[in-house]
Design a protein around this ligand. Structure first.
Ligand SMILES: [Zn+2]
Length: 155
C-alpha cells in the first residue's frame, strides 16, 4: 500500500506546537510503503520504458503509445557516478547552515533507469563507483519554522 506524502507526514497539531514535522520537498516524488521507501514514477504500458519522476507520455522514439502506468522504484541501486558539491547551490536549493559539501550521485536501478539523488554519507570523498546503495528518505534542511524538509537519497 502506498501512502501519500501528506498521509506519511500529516500536518496535524495533535503534538505540541513545537513538534518537528517531516515535510516532503515536493509531493508525488517518493513515499513510505509497507516494504520501505520507494520512488514514485511511471512506466509505458506498451514498451515498458520507466520514468522518474512520472511522465505523462512515453519519450521512446520507437514507441507511439501514450498510455502510462504508475510504477514504484527502489530501494536497491548501484552508484554509477557522482560529483561533490563543494559550494552552496544557488536558490531555490535548500540546505542547512553552515553549508556542508555533499555528494550528488547517478544511481542505476534494476528497473532499468538511472536517477539523480543526493548520497547520504559523512565521507563523500570515500564513495566508490559501483557501490551498492539503498534508497532512504532523509532530512534535506530545516524549513525555517522548526520542521524538517525530507528528500530521497541513497546511502
Ligand atoms: Zn513506450
Amino acid at each position: 500500500m502506498l501512502l501519500a506524502a501528506s498521509e506519511l507526514y500529516p500536518r496535524s497539531e495533535e503534538h505540541s506546537m513545537s513538534a518537528t514535522k517531516r515535510i516532503p520537498v515536493a509531493e508525488g516524488l517518493f513515499a513510505e510503503t509497507a516494504d520501505g521507501p520507494r520512488l514514485l514514477g511511471s512506466k509505458c504500458a506498451t514498451c515498458k520504458t520507466p520514468y522518474f519522476p512520472k511522465s505523462p507520455v512515453c519519450h521512446n522514439p520507437d514507441c507511439r503509445e501514450t498510455k502510462m502506468e504508475d510504477s514504484t522504484f527502489g530501494p536497491r541501486g548501484t552508484l554509477w557516478s557522482y560529483s561533490i558539491q563543494y559550494y552552496p547551490p544557488p536558490p531555490p536549493a535548500k540546505y542547512d547552515e553552515p553549508y556542508t559539501p555533499y555528494a550528488l550521485g547517478l544511481i542505476d536501478l534494476p528497473e532499468g533507469l538511472r536517477v539523480l539523488a543526493r548520497i547520504s554519507t559523512d565521507d563523500p570523498e570515500g564513495l566508490k563507483v559501483g557501490a551498492e546503495v539503498e534508497l532512504v528518505l532523509e532530512r534535506l534542511s530545516g524549513d525555517g519554522d522548526g520542521n524538517e524538509v525530507i528528500i530521497w537519497m541513497f546511502r
